[in-house]
Design a protein around this ligand. Structure first.
Ligand code: ADP
Ligand code: ADP
Length: 230
């Protein structure tokens, strides 16, 4: 079944740049999706539409077949179930310490203290960052910040996790760690959507490729199908 759907999205930035030009796509529940395309093709803009941070100039977003109406309550409900990891962790992390950062989301969901603690520990264990929990955010390396940004989202137990270029400017060790982690989360049933311009990564990691060009979807399918088509 479809968990997310975009129908004929058009979006222009205030300066007139058209970033999306009739983008339509469906995302199946439980899938591991790579949104592939060169820089500037609208990947980030599209992902920001999936959680309602950007509102299309024209077109609609559906979550579980229900059209997003952009009311505050609807956006809150959507974001409690769909997590987003920004490309630059400095745009995401704003707490003083790792523990505060990772517990912020689950606390906001109104869970009990026990449940929050359990979820934070789970997220820290999953990301292999338990040893960092007392650390101030500013003392973390770039790769560690990326992991904490992911942990903060995972702590909310989202059904879908969306990541914008999660491995960009990371060394191979961090890259592998994050890809394995996403694989594991996906095996647990979470839908994972990532934007990347890395063709090899997309091909080996994803079960579904969405190839974008000029603000539109060029092709969608299993990696083998999509590449054989070229
Ligand atoms: P990608 O993620 O594939 O690199 P983006 O969604 O970031 O692509 O960008 C799509 C297009 O929108 C590009 O032409 C980019 O320069 C433009 N763009 C992105 N952000 C802004 C912005 N805040 N204001 C104006 N234009 C923007
Ligand atoms: P380590 O955890 O081993 O000290 P880092 O996490 O600092 O390593 O760096 C991992 C990778 O991220 C390196 O390839 C580094 O060049 C890159 N990197 C570090 N800081 C930044 C930054 N602020 N922006 C983009 N890339 C960075």
């Amino acid at each position: 079944t479809n968990i997310l759907e975009a129908q004929q999205l058009y979006f222009s930035y205030p300066d007139g740049t058209q970033a999306l030009a009739g983008l339509s796509v469906t995302i199946e529940k439980g899938s591991k999706v790579a949104i592939l395309g060169p820089n500037g093709t609208g990947k980030s803009t599209f992902l920001l539409h999936l959680i309602g941070i950007l509102k299309p100039t024209k077109g609609d977003i559906f979550f579980e077949q229900k059209k997003l109406d952009y009311r505050r309550a609807s956006l809150q409900a959507l974001r409690s179930r769909v997590g987003f990891v920004f490309q630059d962790p400095d745009n995401q992390l704003f707490s003083a310490s790792v523990w505060q950062e990772v517990s912020f989301g689950p606390m906001n969901l109104g869970w009990s203290k026990e449940k929050v603690i359990e979820q934070v520990n789970l997220a820290l264990d999953l990301t292999g960052t338990a040893h960092l929990k007392e650390r101030p955010i500013h003392a973390l390396s770039y790769g560690q910040k990326k992991l904490i940004a992911i942990a903060g989202v995972l702590a909310m137990a989202p059904e879908v996790i969306i990541l914008d270029e999660p491995t960009a400017s990371l060394d191979p060790q961090y890259t592998n760690h994050i890809l394995k982690l996403l694989e594991e989360i996906n095996s647990g049933g979470t839908t994972v959507i990532m934007a990347t311009h890395d063709v090899d990564l997309a091909y080996t990691w994803a079960d579904t490729l969405v190839v974008m060009k000029d603000g539109r979807v060029l092709k969608k399918g299993q990696p083998v199908e999509v590449f054989l088509d070229d």
